[in-house]
Structure formats: structure tokens, C-alpha cells
Design a protein around this ligand. Structure first.
Ligand code: HEC
Length: 160
């Protein structure tokens, strides 16, 4: 009888142990910061649009400029305020027009208009970083020649 009890206890412990291994404790929700979203959702698209623009790949540009626009819209919803400022209106005011003009240049398949609009877009990135006190985040057009740098649209040197 003692033996049977011991055996049952051992089995119960084994089952409980197995069950806890199968059901991990719940994880807290992940809330990306504005910097997380800039690095993952905005920066790669800015780079890709620059490189596809140099290749005049209008079909891809149609798609990717729209992706950038939608990414900014999602960022405004995901991070409602930054340093106490409403973010969605700041995005609209600081880069909304530049994205629209870029999209229009792509629709028109106009290379010169595209180049000017892309330069304006990049200026808008930097103007917002300055306005929100992050002037050390410096964005540029990615260079056509391979630079060996993993983030070709960002300036890392201190002496800019
Ligand atoms: C509405 C203002 C605004 C606009 C427009 C904007 N940014 Fe930002 N960005 C910020 C702020 C503010 C931060 C810093 C966030 C933080 O520190 O949490 C940031 C951070 C970043 C970072 C992270 C820096 C790093 O090295 O980790 C990158 C990269 C970046 N932005 C790229 C861009 C690019 C590219 C564009 C233009 C297509 C752009 N941003 C447009 C406000 C803006």
C-alpha cells in the first residue's frame, strides 16, 4: 500500500512537471518604441526606395512608397505620443506631403521629379529628427556604389 501511494505520488509529480513545461507563463505584450519602429519599418524602406529609384524600377516603387506611407500611419497609431506630443499629426505635418509628392512622381514615371522628391523626403527625415531633439540621427540617400556599410542610408561618422 505504501509502495502504491509512493508510486501514485511520483506519477502525479511527473504529470504536473510535464504540464508546466507545456504551458509557459504568459508573456507581457510587446510594445515597440518609436526607435524600434524607425529602425525596422521606416529605415529599410527608405533605403529600398532610394536604391530602386536609382534603378528606375517604377512598378516596385509604386508598391514600396505606399508601404512606407502605411508604415508611418501604423506608427502614428502604435505610438500615440512621443515626448508628450501627438505623433500622428507630427508625422502628417513633417513628412506626409513629401511622401505624397514622391508617390506622384512615381505615378508619372518622372525620373527628375523622383530624384528631387526623394531628396526632399530625406531632408524631412532629418528635419523631424532635429525638431524632436534627435539631431544625431542623420539619414542620407544610399549610395549607388557599394560602401560596405550595412546601413547605407545613415551617417555614422561624427564629423558630418
Ligand atoms: C515625425 C518625426 C519623424 C520623422 C518624419 C522621421 N523620424 Fe526617424 N525618428 C524620430 C524620432 C523622434 C526618433 C527617436 C525615437 C526614440 O529615440 O525613441 C527617430 C529615430 C529614427 C531611427 C533610429 C536611430 C538609430 O540609429 O537607432 C532611424 C534609423 C530613423 N529614425 C530613420 C528615419 C527615416 C529614414 C525617416 C524618413 C523616411 C525618418 N526617420 C522620419 C522621428 C521622426
Amino acid at each position: 500500500m505504501r509502495l502504491l501511494l509512493k508510486g501514485t505520488l511520483a506519477l502525479a509529480l511527473l504529470v504536473a512537471g510535464g504540464a508546466s513545461a507545456q504551458a509557459p507563463p504568459p508573456q507581457p505584450d510587446y510594445h515597440p518604441s518609436l526607435a524600434d519602429l524607425m529602425t525596422t519599418a521606416v529605415q529599410p524602406r527608405h533605403t529600398k526606395i532610394g536604391l530602386a529609384g536609382q534603378a528606375r524600377n517604377w512598378v516596385y516603387l509604386d508598391y514600396e512608397v505606399n508601404e512606407l506611407k502605411n508604415a508611418f500611419a501604423r506608427i502614428g497609431r502604435t505610438v500615440p505620443t512621443f515626448n508628450g506630443q501627438a505623433l500622428a499629426p507630427a508625422i502628417d505635418a513633417r513628412i506626409g506631403g513629401q511622401i505624397e509628392r514622391l508617390a506622384a512622381a512615381v505615378k508619372a514615371r518622372d525620373a527628375r521629379r523622383f530624384d528631387a522628391a526623394y531628396a526632399d523626403l530625406t531632408d524631412a527625415c532629418n528635419a523631424c529628427h532635429k525638431a524632436l531633439n534627435k539631431d544625431w540621427i542623420v539619414i542620407r540617400a544610399p549610395s549607388r556604389a557599394p560602401t560596405g556599410q550595412s546601413y547605407p542610408d545613415q551617417v555614422f561618422g561624427a564629423g558630418r
